[in-house]
Ligand binder design. Structure first.
Ligand code: SF4
Length: 276
């Protein structure tokens, strides 16, 4: 969550914590678990959040029992809401303003995440027949992010999400259809702790699958669709993720892997993965 960012104000799809009012560390609730060290209700600042909106334990979140914070990604929603929607006016000292900001943040986060998926979809050549529709959806979603706080709160996010998701699903199907042989369909599957080492999962649908603690060592996951898959504690050591679809940096960060794990070009190896 709140980190130690830097650089110029950015309204991009990458979190820029330097220009955010610590929104994920205030607006969102969390519960004491393997991911968080204590309970915190939504709308209440985390007790580790400092007055400069930085996290007081940022450099040791995992050691202090907050790995959930290290894998959260707002896709740039935090700085967008802070700097653009609310004109750089922070939430302190005005409870109504704070409440509005905390309501808008999760909506913006969903829009920014969709922008991230749509941007990736527009790079996928096997789905080029859908590029005009994807481009239109990208433009529409970007327009929505520029709405006022009131407009964002009134947005029918569920309907917009469903329309966009259907388009992304068609995109995924076109790309995965280029792989040879049978493609596994694990959409929404419960694969908690599943032992899938060495499996040929090329072009598989893992959309929304729960892969918590799953063992995927040396699995062939090329062109597999990871949209919304829960990879907490999954072991990706030696797995091949080249060309995988809609896999995010935060999903990788929630998993474990090693130097032999092959990654899509747009993602980087998390620092906590084994180096051998
Ligand atoms: S522990 Fe740090 S990163 Fe996590 S919610 Fe609290 S302030 Fe934010």
């Amino acid at each position: 969550m709140s980190a130690d960012g830097g650089g110029a104000v950015s309204l991009s799809l990458t979190a820029d914590c330097e220009h955010c009012f610590g929104l994920c560390c205030v607006a969102l609730p969390f519960a004491a678990s393997a991911d968080f060290g204590f309970d915190k209700p939504g709308g209440e600042p985390c007790r580790n959040l400092q007055s400069d909106f930085r996290c007081g334990i940022h450099s040791e979140l995992r050691q202090q029992g907050f790995p959930g914070c290290t894998v959260y990604d707002c896709f740039g929603a935090g700085q967008h809401v802070s700097q653009s929607t609310f004109g750089a006016q922070d939430w302190r000292g005005n409870s109504q303003h704070a409440q509005r900001m905390f309501q808008v943040f999760p909506i913006m986060r969903q829009l920014q995440e969709l922008l991230w998926y749509l941007t990736e979809a527009l790079t996928l050549q096997p789905a080029r027949s859908l590029h005009p529709e994807l481009g239109a959806a990208l433009d529409q979603t970007a327009r929505l992010t520029r709405g006022s706080a009131a407009e964002l709160r009134e947005l029918d996010m569920a309907a917009h999400h469903q329309r966009t998701n259907e388009l992304l699903l068609r995109t995924s199907e076109l790309v995965r259809a280029t792989t040879q042989g049978e493609r596994a369909n694990y959409r929404g599957a419960n694969l908690i702790g599943a032992r899938l080492s060495g499996k040929d999962l090329r072009g598989a649908s893992l959309r929304g699958a729960s892969l918590v603690g799953a063992v995927l060592r040396k699995a062939d996951l090329r062109w597999a669709d990871f949209t919304g898959a829960d990879l907490r504690g999954a072991d990706l050591s030696g797995a091949d993720l080249t060309g995988s679809l809609f896999l995010t940096q935060s999903q990788l960060g929630a998993a474990t892997g090693d130097a032999a794990t092959k990654l899509p070009g747009s993602l980087t190896r998390p620092a906590h993965w084994r180096s051998t």
